[in-house]
Design a protein around this ligand. Structure first.
Ligand code: PLP
Length: 390
């Protein structure tokens, strides 16, 4: 059968992920130190796993409310109020989802009509472009630059806005650059959103993982006039090391949550009850474990940034958050892909070519430092040796 005629044009038009291409090369190779995969190297803290086990022991194996367990929504609402300084009604303004991934998809499908433009900053998380296209939107990229520490600048954003722009997607701290955007710039961005009547999808999945005490996380939802036009997305995968639990949430004004629910209730019904029980425990008692993991990432960030900056031809800005560094390899004369392939061949170190995250990432490499100190040390030694051969 000619399956190409059976697959929708929308899906057929989605390009292959650059990350996937790269990791197919790594598959099956022994001795590779991977700085590639963007997930915590910690197992989920034990008391959170226990909560999941206990929930199963109690026989909690049913569906929950479509919105998510009321007890979990209450705790999310008070966590968000404390951390982000925005208040959401737990029974109408919080939706528990299958990861932030589902929430992104729901929000875009709920908001876009075919041809609506969605602006986002690049280099960015690999799902943004396909998610916009699958929702029949038109992706519009705004490049961010190393000279600005990859922060989004309001003046650059304004140039990308047209009468067709409906949604702005933000992600701070950013995957893959670790960038954060200063509050003063976020305020300018917020004013643009009001001026152009945009809805903001604010993916804040790395918000707990910020390392500079003088520069705490600020959500755009907390700025004047922004709660009503923001869908705040957050989840448990990163800060609580719970990627496999697949749990996230969206907070937004009731009409937006209601629109997302229309899709979620048929596509997912609800997020898994076992994961919801674990998430409840994470928010109620997980702070100490989370801070310990954060401190460990902080030390590793400092180590990796200083080691990379010692290498000839490599420059690495110090990212304010997440667990990625995004070194500039342009002085080596190699493209991102050539650098990554040759590093893998010569030294068995896997890092992702920066252009897998959009053209603005060309000349950079994404290294995830959520791997053991021993492996990081070895990876840095091997990388220095590799760079010395160029
Ligand atoms: N958003 C960003 C920026 C990410 O980096 C990731 C995962 O890497 C996700 C969303 C997906 O998160 P989840 O595991 O909650 O679906």
């Amino acid at each position: 059968m000619d399956y190409s005629k059976k697959i929708s044009r929308q899906v057929a038009g989605i390009p292959r992920s650059g990350i996937r291409d790269f990791f197919e090369l790594v598959q099956g190779r022994e001795d590779v130190i991977s700085l590639g995969v963007g997930e915590p190297d910690f197992a989920t803290p034990w008391h959170i796993r226990e909560a999941a086990i206990y929930s199963l022991e109690k026989g909690q194996t049913s569906y929950t409310s479509n919105l998510g367990m009321p007890s979990l929504r209450k705790v999310i609402s008070s966590y968000v109020s404390g951390f982000f300084e925005v208040d959401y009604e737990s029974d109408s303004e919080v939706l528990v989802t299958v990861g932030v991934s589902e929430a992104i998809d729901l929000a875009l499908r709920a908001l876009l009509n075919p041809g609506d433009e969605v602006v986002y900053h690049t280099p960015c998380y690999v799902s943004y472009l396909p998610s916009v296209s699958l929702a029949y939107g038109v992706p519009v990229e705004v490049a961010t630059h190393e000279r600005d520490n990859f922060a989004l600048r309001a003046d650059m954003l304004e140039q990308a806005i047209t009468p067709k722009t409906r949604v702005l997607m933000l992600n701070f701290p950013t995957n893959p650059t670790g960038a954060v955007t200063p509050r003063s710039e976020l305020e300018k961005i917020a004013r643009l959103c009001v001026k152009h009547d945009l809805i903001v999808l604010s993916d804040e999945i790395y918000c707990e993982l910020r390392y500079d005490a003088h520069d705490p996380h600020c959500s755009i939802a907390s700025l004047p006039g922004m709660k009503e036009r923001t869908v705040l997305l957050h989840g448990f995968s990163k800060a609580f090391a719970m990627t496999g639990f697949r749990l996230g949430y969206a907070c937004a004004p009731q009409p937006l949550i209601e629109a997302m629910m229309k899709i979620h209730q048929y596509a997912m019904l609800c997020a898994p009850i076992t994961s919801q029980a674990a998430a409840l425990e994470a928010l109620e008692h997980g702070e100490a474990a989370m801070l310990k993991m954060r401190d460990s990432y902080h030390q590793r960030r400092d180590y990796v940034v200083s080691k990379l900056n010692e290498m000839e031809g490599i420059r690495c800005h110090c990212p304010g958050g997440a667990f990625y560094v995004f070194p500039d390899i342009r002085e080596t004369g190699l493209s991102s892909k050539e650098f990554a392939m040759r590093l893998l061949e010569a030294e068995d170190v896997a890092a992702v070519p920066g252009d897998a995250f959009g053209d603005a990432g060309q000349g950079f490499l994404r290294c995830c430092y959520a791997t053991s100190f021993d492996e990081l040390k070895e990876a840095m030694t091997r990388m220095k040796r590799f760079v010395g051969t160029l």
